[in-house]
Design a protein around this ligand. Structure first.
Ligand code: ZN
Length: 311
């Protein structure tokens, strides 16, 4: 990995019911539950992390399940679709599985020469399973029902819907190291060559579409991957030098983060590979304990009492 942004680190979205969210991602989609913790800014709410075996960056979708949150909707200034990479020949399995589990899904379609199967999670979050043109060598997490010939490999892409392209393109190309690969009408594909997977950002330019509402069933932010906190802080300088506001370094226990809102309205994060999810649980036990950051450990009993039931 280079000393540059290496594609996506994680994507964070908002859910309603916690148990419904957990069951959908682990049972229906076969993701590994890599960490059960709380929202560090709101410890009465869970923060769930789903990914592959180790929760390596580029595979990790995270949720804040807020039990009584209103329904959100997509619009401009948001990440409006998540693309997961799946093996060639697996889309029929997934279409059948979505029928079996009553998952809302649509017909297959092709975009930039790749097959997409679009569906929604129980809160209406929009996801596409994508068969990438290039073989995806990442090792998937497998379950009894979802074997390696169909299991997701991690992210393929994220799609941002924007009023106009220029301000966001300036960030993607001028700071994050992406370049334009293709354009079809109002769809633009940006890619970084710094890594082979989870390296695509698609833009949909929709000047007449109103802003979205960031609540249940929508994405909260998109995190880009850097190797460690030294490189993270180099990026902090870079973002500041371009005239954008950015947070100080924040310790998220499993990675270090910076947040800035790109001028098209999407909340971006930069997040490190270190220290990773095995910081406080062994690889075998990932996701099996409620892990709290140090500042909340003394309040564990009260926190456990208010968190929603997952059984
Ligand atoms: Zn994040």
């Amino acid at each position: 990995m280079e000393d540059k942004v290496s594609g996506l680190h994680h994507i964070t979205a908002i859910a309603g019911n916690a148990k419904q969210n957990l069951d959908f991602y682990t049972k229906v989609l076969g993701q590994r539950f890599v960490k059960k913790t709380v929202n560090f800014d709101d410890p009465g709410t869970y923060h769930f992390y789903f990914g592959n075996e180790t929760g390596i960056p580029g595979t990790v979708l995270t949720f804040f399940p807020w039990q009584n949150v209103r329904q959100g909707y997509n619009g401009t200034g948001m990440a409006t679709n998540i693309g997961y990479s799946v093996p060639e020949g697996s889309l029929e399995f997934w279409a059948n599985r979505f029928k079996e589990f009553n998952v809302k899904h649509e017909e297959l379609f092709e975009k930039f020469g790749e097959q997409h199967l679009p569906f929604q999670d129980p809160d209406g979050l929009k996801i596409d399973f994508v068969v990438a043109n290039k073989e995806d060598e990442r090792k998937p997490w497998v379950t009894n029902e979802i074997k390696s010939d169909v299991a997701t490999k991690g992210f393929h892409s994220v799609t941002l819907t924007l009023k106009r392209p220029e301000p966001t393109v300036a960030v993607l190309t001028g700071i994050l190291g992406y370049h334009l690969l293709k354009q079809e009408g109002n769809h633009y594909r940006f890619i970084t060559d710094s890594i082979d997977n989870a390296n695509v950002v698609d833009l949909i330019i929709a000047p007449d579409v109103p802003a979205g509402l960031n609540a249940a069933g929508t994405n909260h932010h998109v995190a880009f991957r850097v190797k460690d906190d030294n490189i993270l802080m180099d990026y902090r300088e870079k973002v500041l030098s371009k005239g954008y506001n950015i947070t100080p370094k924040i310790d998220r226990d499993y990675f270090y983060s910076l947040y800035f809102r790109e001028p098209g309205g999407v909340l971006f994060e930069l997040a490190t590979d270190n220290p990773g999810f095995t910081k406080d649980e062994s690889l075998n036990e990932l996701g099996t304990h409620l892990k709290l950051p140090n500042q909340y450990e003394s309040a564990r009993a009260q926190i456990e009492k208010v968190l929603p039931d997952l059984n």
